[in-house]
Design a protein around this ligand. Structure first.
Ligand code: AMP
Length: 255
């Protein structure tokens, strides 16, 4: 696997790749089995698989969250090599933001709800960096996890809105054996918080009304940010200590 830090160098390498089946998996590192499922999916479907690791400051509304974001670079590279990823783009802030974030991609509706309501500017940062990465990597297919369902929807809609010829592929949520959705932030949970965390998914997927779900979460010790139904999905975000967890489930008829 070739690791490339400079975007100019990456663009030259990209010009040399003549394949019409290039898959791209953008990440913020601290890789786990959820990320791995995305790399593996691309390996299966594409001739060339490109990953990126970039902890994107513009999508962090809370500076403490950015500062505490886990980094496991050596292990990440090992996983990427094991899976057979061909290129890792690993740029710095100044490389990605020569404009110092003067230019912003903004969505005016869905991005203001759910996670957007409690994280102002979060999706502006996400959409702006993904637009930049898509323009740099020029993939045919890009893989995103349903773990971040709102993000996935916004990115898919962005490619439609801007006539971008990129297939955004949704990938199912990978969970721990106890049901907790895998997330880089899980490693920041204390042992007692980690023990409680799977109750979030369990309660969110129980066939009850929203008020009851909120009540059960609070009784169990979660601080609820939101629980909402949008379309055929139920979305939730909770805090355990200062770690924010998100999850979502399909709404079945039994709800
Ligand atoms: P992140 O590094 O958190 O920005 O995530 C990079 C990509 O991995 C995003 O498309 C996420 O939705 C996806 N992802 C993260 N956790 C999971 C998971 N547990 N299952 C499936 N995809 C995931």
């Amino acid at each position: 696997m070739k690791v490339i830090r400079s975007i100019q160098e990456f663009l030259k390498v990209r010009d040399g790749i003549k394949s019409s089946a290039i898959g791209f998996v953008p990440t913020m590192g601290a890789l786990h089995a959820g990320h791995r499922s995305l790399f593996e999916r691309s390996k299966k479907e594409d001739e060339v698989t490109i990953a990126s690791i970039f902890v994107n400051p513009t999508q962090f509304n809370d500076p403490k969250d950015l500062k505490n974001y886990p980094s496991t670079y050596d292990e990440d590279v090992q996983m990427l090599k094991e899976v057979g990823v061909d290129y890792l783009l690993y740029p710095t802030f100044d490389e990605v933001y020569p404009d110092q974030y003067r230019y912003v991609i903004s969505e005016k509706k869905l991005s203001l709800n759910l996670c957007g309501a409690s994280r102002p500017g979060h999706f502006d940062g996400v959409l702006s960096v993904v637009m930049k990465l898509f323009n740099i990597v020029r993939p045919h297919r890009a893989y995103f996890g349903e773990k971040d369902f709102q993000q996935l929807t916004l990115i898919k809609d962005m490619t439609t809105a801007f006539f971008m010829n990129i297939d955004v592929i949704p990938c199912p949520i990978v969970r721990e054996k106890d049901g907790l959705a895998m997330s880089s932030r899980n490693m920041r949970l204390s042992p007692s918080e980690r023990k409680l965390a799977p109750r979030f998914y369990e309660i969110l997927s129980s066939p009850k009304g929203l008020a009851q779900i909120r009540g059960s979460l609070e009784e169990s010790g979660f601080k609820v940010d939101y629980v909402e139904d949008v379309g055929s999905r139920r979305y939730g975000a909770v805090f355990l200590g200062n770690v924010r967890l998100i999850d979502n489930v399909e709404i079945k008829n039994t709800f």
